[in-house]
Design a protein around this ligand. Sequence first.
Ligand SMILES: [Zn+2]
Length: 83
Amino acid sequence: MLSCREIPNIANDYIDREGSTRTRVMVSFHLAQCKNCRTYVRGLKITRSLVSESIRQPVADELLQTLGLKNPDRDGSFKEPNE
Ligand SMILES: [Zn+2]
């Protein structure tokens, strides 16, 4: 069972639907029982959506390449990782 002190550490993953299913289930379970943490997570979601609205801009190609999301040399075929 999670304690309230653990919620802030994992709330971002919970909102992003990242982390393990088990963790998210534990967070959901905690939030169902704990009004304080529900309020906390709701506030965090609102804050994050305001922040992302304010910084929403087209992502530079350079950044996508750096992150490996866009590779100008890729010919479109999928390569086996151990090739
Ligand atoms: Zn709590």
